[in-house]
Design a protein around this ligand. Structure first.
Ligand SMILES: Cc1ncc(COP(=O)(O)O)c(C=O)c1O
Length: 393
């Protein structure tokens, strides 16, 4: 008899078929030189800033290739703390920062440090696709609260309040949201903070897209309730550094100390040359974020303009981020059929909204962080695909 696996593997398995299957097919076809447009992943087609690359190369040549302090070098944590103060007004120091392997690692560490079997963790539907497995990894039960299309994908905070039980330990959310781009308002942030304080809940606030919001800021949960909020962020989106895996959590010092123990047994320090490059990236955040913001805004408007008025795939204008939802409920196709049909007919790959939850069933998600000419061509193909449907509109 084979040795058995931990029950963990069931908790982190996909619910149904692999939602990324079409995306990987499209990527492979594109790499093989086929005329395929890949709009199914949030990876800006910009280059990492040159100064960041140069610093990594310089530090590699200087043999900065040995073990480093788990949790991140002090100057980097100090710089991240200073940037957070500037962005949110929340007073923090290096002791409130742990540097990790991307925001995804930050979400995973947060999940394991705050939740356990028997607990409930609330999250807003639609949510970033890794959340279910990340939350269930702790053994906790994930509880969905709707952020419905009818409310512009803002969370229903009355339903949130009703969903809180004696077992609720935390709420995980993203502002700006992926997939909807919705940014929590000041009032929503105030209400969430009030409820979290009243019920002793952790709030894990995933702010990886905050640099793409107007002026690079979103209303800050951390500034409202520093004792209960873990702010997760990274350089992936704001500096076109998805492959560098540079992210962090900002939270109370005792949380950071526990997270550091977990990081010691999971990562045991991140590469020094990457950390030194990350320090340069944090130092040039104003220019880098301004560039990404202008880039995302221009592409969002181009793509929206090119699809505006299309009944079978109605575009929804997002507040921030790099994604747009298209409402395909009037197309006569289920979103999964729309995605498969669009790829077969026009070689444009987008994602079925169902990947992100129940509230985005009937929607598809498009990443618009790509060249203008590609976006215009993708919109042309989407229009042509819709025109060929039996019941467009
Ligand atoms: C909402 C959200 N959180 C976290 C991540 C992961 O970011 P990172 O590359 O820093 O791990 C992503 C990536 O797409 C995301 O969309």
């Amino acid at each position: 008899m084979s040795p058995r696996f931990s029950p963990l593997i069931k908790r982190i398995a996909h619910d149904g078929s692999d939602p990324w299957a079409l995306h990987w097919r499209a990527r492979a076809a594109h790499a093989a030189g086929e005329d395929v447009i890949v709009l199914s992943v949030g990876d800006p087609d910009l280059d990492t800033p040159r100064a960041v690359v140069e610093k990594a190369v310089e530090r590699l040549r200087a043999h900065d290739t040995h073990y480093t302090e788990s949790g991140g070098r002090a100057p980097l944590r100090e710089a991240i703390a200073a940037a957070h103060i500037e962005r949110t007004g929340q007073p923090v120091t290096a002791d409130n920062v742990i540097f990790l392997n991307g925001a995804q690692n930050g979400l995973f560490v947060s999940s394991l440090v705050v939740a356990a079997p028997g607990d409930e963790v609330i999250t807003f539907d639609p949510m970033y696709a890794t959340y279910p497995a990340t939350l269930r990894a702790s053994g906790a039960t994930m509880v969905r609260v709707a952020a419905p299309a009818s409310q512009g994908f803002h969370p229903d905070l009355d339903a949130f309040e009703r969903a809180i039980t004696a077992r609720t330990r935390a709420v995980f959310l993203a502002t700006p949201s992926n997939p909807s781009g919705a940014v929590l308002t000041e009032r929503e942030v105030d209400r969430l903070a009030t409820l979290a304080e009243r019920h002793s809940l952790w709030i894990v606030s995933d702010e990886v897209y905050s640099g793409t919001a107007p002026e690079g800021r979103v209303p800050s949960l951390g500034a409202r309730l520093p004792t209960h909020v873990l702010t997760v962020s990274s350089l992936s989106k704001t500096h076109a550094m998805t492959g560098w895996r540079c992210g962090w959590i900002i939270g109370p010092a005792d949380f950071v100390a526990h997270a550091d123990l977990l990081a010691q047994c999971m990562i045991y320090g991140l590469p020094g040359f990457i950390q030194e490059a990350a320090l340069v990236a944090v130092g040039m955040r104003h220019e880098a974020e301004a560039d990404v913001r202008a880039y995302c805004r221009a592409r969002r408007d181009t793509f929206f303009g090119a699809l505006d008025g299309l009944a079978a795939a109605q575009p929804l204008l997002p507040d921030a981020g790099m994604f747009m939802l298209l409402d395909v409920r009037a197309s006569g196709l289920a979103a999964a059929e729309f995605v498969a049909g669009l790829y077969e007919a026009e070689r444009v790959s987008v994602l079925d909204g169902a990947v992100f939850g129940r509230e985005t069933a009937g929607f598809v998600r498009v990443c618009y962080a790509t060249e203008e000419t590609t976006l215009v061509e993708a919109a042309r193909r989407i229009r042509r695909f819709c025109a060929g449907l039996k019941t467009p509109g």
